[in-house]
Design a protein around this ligand. Structure first.
Ligand code: PLP
Length: 461
């Protein structure tokens, strides 16, 4: 029988989940900001000078130098170290990260329980042999995902980024249906690699220069499209799509929730027509949006997709992702005859798998309940703030610890983010036109850190 993993011989995971009302302590990552000088400071600026010489200007940190939107200097913050919800720059300034590293650090930055699992794994086996020879953590994680995912989602393809997980789902749907068109939604974001970008609609400008090398396999309808319009569209096509690809809550699109009943309608329609349903839960997964997964939860009307894409919060920081499908869909790949039809060098990276196993343990030990307390408070306090500033703030979007706050007039959010940074809070704009402030903090953020952020925001308004 399988022996216990080395990664389970650790102290209780509970120890590394600070209480919602935990006291401020920089050694636990639960402190509020402390700025020792200007933001960014001289050391940070010197690092960005070096970056500006050597990194392609496509990357945001380089582009940020331009003062286009806010009229203020846009040098990014260089991250030196991070713990919990705190991030320090090279000048010793301490910040609070309201983006949770793009929603990645589910258990907080450098959660001690996850770091210990990683350390143990690093000493045992850093790199496996992709698809050819599996490592033990990869096998354990495959089994753990099958246990925690809803419905019949039992078989996994591992990858390193969210985009790759989406592409694995796209390929699986093609294998299972023999069809090659996909239906996705306006405002949807599925990644930047060519295959995932072909299905992304968020910011058409991301696709436009590359149209010549994109697959062009997706059509887009409005997010929340009425059933009649959807049926009419499908009826006009020469061939049914292989699958419908949807984010249950659009993340980059502005933390927009699908309308009530809509995901359930998609599930029924897919069943009726023999079309597969893919949930891209790379952002919403692992407790981010009020449930472990939207799949199978009340917020998705109980709908379970045929393929589920996970990434981001799965490992709280290590690049690993997964596409999980039903036996029936994954079975369509057939038995491998010789070389794998789909693989990658770092598939099921042992260290990534060990960190994901640690995150699952944390979720089950109480992180998930902790996340829902945080998410409820975020929603309540944001709505109260918006009500106090009707001319400056609009809708509160999202669910759980994945929220958007609309800033009026649209376009002011970029400048507001910069002013928040200069007060020690890291927040990024989200939404189709960057019209909302996006809040996706570590699920371990304390109430004092969150309240401090909103107080600062209110002062700036
Ligand atoms: C819903 C969703 N899908 C896919 C991706 C792409 O993931 P990655 O950037 O890891 O390739 C993202 C990233 O933000 C995402 O939010």
């Amino acid at each position: 029988m399988v022996q216990s993993s080395p990664s389970t011989d650790r102290s209780s995971p509970l120890v590394s989940i600070p209480a919602f009302d935990a006291a401020e302590d920089p050694d636990l990552g639960t402190a509020r900001p402390e700025l020792l000088g200007p933001v960014p400071g001289p050391h940070g600026v010197a690092w960005v000078d070096l970056l500006a010489r050597h990194e392609c200007p496509a990357i945001t940190a380089r582009r940020a130098r331009r003062a286009e939107h806010s009229g203020m200097a846009q040098d990014p913050l260089v991250w030196e170290r991070a713990l919990g919800s705190n991030v320090w720059d090279p000048d010793g300034n301490r910040f609070v990260d309201l983006c949770g590293g793009f929603g990645v650090v589910s258990a907080g930055h450098a959660n001690p329980f996850v770091v210990e699992a990683v350390r143990v794994q690093l000493e045992l086996l850093v790199h496996g042999l992709g698809d050819a020879f599996p490592s033990r953590p990869r096998i354990e994680l495959a089994a753990a995902l099958a246990r925690i995912c809803p419905g019949e989602l039992q078989q996994v393809i591992f990858a390193s980024s969210g985009s790759e997980a989406v592409e694995a789902a796209v390929k699986s749907a093609v294998m299972a249906t023999g069809r090659s068109r996909f239906l996705a939604f306006e405002g949807g974001y599925h990644g930047m690699s060519l295959g995932a970008l072909s299905a992304s609609h968020y910011r058409p400008g991301f696709r436009q220069p590359f149209e010549g090398v994109l697959g062009g396999y997706a059509d887009w309808l409005s997010f929340g499209v009425a059933e009649d319009d959807l049926r009419r569209f499908l009826g006009q096509q020469l061939e049914l799509p292989a699958a419908i690809l949807v984010e249950p809550v659009q993340g980059r699109g502005g933390n927009r929730c699908a309308p009530d009943g809509w995901l359930g309608m998609l599930r029924s329609l897919c069943d009726e027509l023999g079309v597969l349903l893919i949930f891209d839960e790379i952002f919403t997964g692992f407790g981010r949006a009020g449930a472990l997964f939207q799949a199978g939860s009340w917020s998705a009307d109980g709908a379970v997709p045929d393929l589920l894409c996970l990434g981001k919060g799965m490992s709280s920081g290590f690049p690993i992702s997964a596409c999980i499908g039903t036996d029936q869909v994954m079975g369509a790949w057939g038995l491998s005859a010789g070389e794998a039809l789909h693989t990658s060098t770092f598939l099921g990276h042992p260290v990534g798998c060990a960190s994901a196993l640690a995150v699952i343990e944390l979720m089950e030990a109480g992180l998930l309940q902790r996340a829902s307390a945080l998410g409820d408070w975020m929603g309540e306090s944001l709505r109260a703030l918006a009500a106090r500033h009707p001319g400056r703030l609009g809708r509160v979007t999202g669910r759980g610890a994945m929220r958007g706050l609309e800033v009026l007039p649209a376009g002011d959010s970029v400048g507001l983010c910069r002013r928040m940074l200069q007060r020690g809070y890291l927040v990024l704009p989200a939404g189709l036109g960057g019209e909302v402030l996006g809040f996706t903090p570590a699920l371990t953020m304390t109430r004092a850190q969150w309240d401090g952020a909103l107080l600062t925001l209110e002062e700036l308004l």
